[in-house]
Design a protein around this ligand. Structure first.
Ligand SMILES: C[S@@+](CC[C@H](N)C(=O)[O-])C[C@H]1O[C@@H](n2cnc3c(N)ncnc32)[C@H](O)[C@@H]1O
Length: 285
């Protein structure tokens, strides 16, 4: 039966309104700019967008929607806000210690070592890999792809220049990850920034790759996809795992983030775990 209520009589809670506005915003971004966030984790999306309202002094998600749909600069800002690009060099040092000590002997047998960093953000993770591989004499035969959906962060990754203020933490991480050199030999400090040695990126290709729309583009011996699917829902996580499985050679190694695992993978039983706590797996079938 149709309701006789006029709109002003319908009690719509603020929370419900925000849910509706979020749907409209996500749909608008998709239809206007082809950015598809429909399968990002709802809770994370809402948190990031409400935080943006506060930072930008906006009253509602609808106000943000109008700005983003009519002005590409706002759209870019919003997309940056949604795609969380936080990262560190030697993030979770124990993972890189494990790769160095336990995984590298497996990788050393390949004449060429193909590596893919999925969701590399501003690049710290791939420079970490380059440094580690050069210390264990495996960089020369490595072919590394570093990809992300976010073109701005990828540009920063390509430059390899990071705030000097972060170097103390990175040096600490490097040592905890088994680094054997003086970390300062890898960068030049200038005007408050650390520019990493260009030789580290000789074997790295930086490229746009969207896990929602793009598929597997090569097969790899080692894939790192860390802290990416935590922002996705089950549907998208499953898709990512299909791409990862298709992109990994038999006996290849998969490294996920510390809060990620194979539960969302339709291929979970085709991996064995090398270290469950560190989310490091090997494809066995
Ligand atoms: C939190 S960062 C992780 C960086 C690094 N892997 C680490 O663990 O330190 C997540 C990255 O995933 C990227 N990302 C988000 N959605 C994506 C998508 N659909 N396709 C590819 N990358 C995506 C973001 O742009 C961001 O750079």
């Amino acid at each position: 039966m149709a309701s006789n209520n006029t709109p002003e009589e319908i009690p719509v809670s603020r929370l419900l309104l925000e849910e509706i506005e979020l749907d409209l915003l996500i749909e608008g971004l998709y239809r206007t700019y082809d950015y598809d966030f429909r399968h990002y984790s709802r809770a994370s999306l809402m948190r990031r967008i409400l935080a943006m309202l506060q930072q930008e002094n906006l009253d509602s998600i609808s106000q943000l929607q109008a700005l983003a749909l009519h002005d590409v600069r706002w759209a870019k800002k919003l997309i940056r806000q949604i795609t969380v690009t936080y990262t560190e060099m030697f993030r979770d040092p124990e993972v890189f210690l494990l790769l160095r000590n336990k995984v590298s002997p497996i990788l050393a047998s390949y004449p060429f070592l193909r590596i893919w960093h999925v969701g590399v953000a501003t690049g710290e993770e791939v420079y970490t890999m380059a440094i580690m591989l050069s210390e264990i004499q495996q960089y020369r035969h490595a072919i590394i792809y570093a990809t992300d959906i976010n073109s701005e962060s990828l540009q920063q990754a390509q430059e390899g220049i990071y705030p000097l203020g972060k170097i103390q933490q990175y040096t600490k991480n490097y040592l905890a990850a088994g680094g054997t050199e003086d970390f300062s030999k890898y960068y030049v400090a200038r005007f408050g920034a650390a520019a990493f040695d260009a030789s580290l990126k000789e074997n790295i290709t930086f490229a746009l790759h969207n896990l929602i729309t793009d598929s597997s583009f090569n097969v790899f011996n080692l894939i790192l996809c860390r802290n990416v699917t935590i922002y996705f829902d089950e549907v998208l996580t499953k898709r990512v795992h299909e791409i990862l499985y298709d992109s990994l050679e038999l006996q290849g190694i998969l490294v996920l983030g510390d809060k990620e695992n194979l539960l969302g993978s339709p291929y979970a039983d085709r991996y064995k775990s090398i270290d469950r706590n560190l989310s490091v797996y090997q494809k066995i079938a």
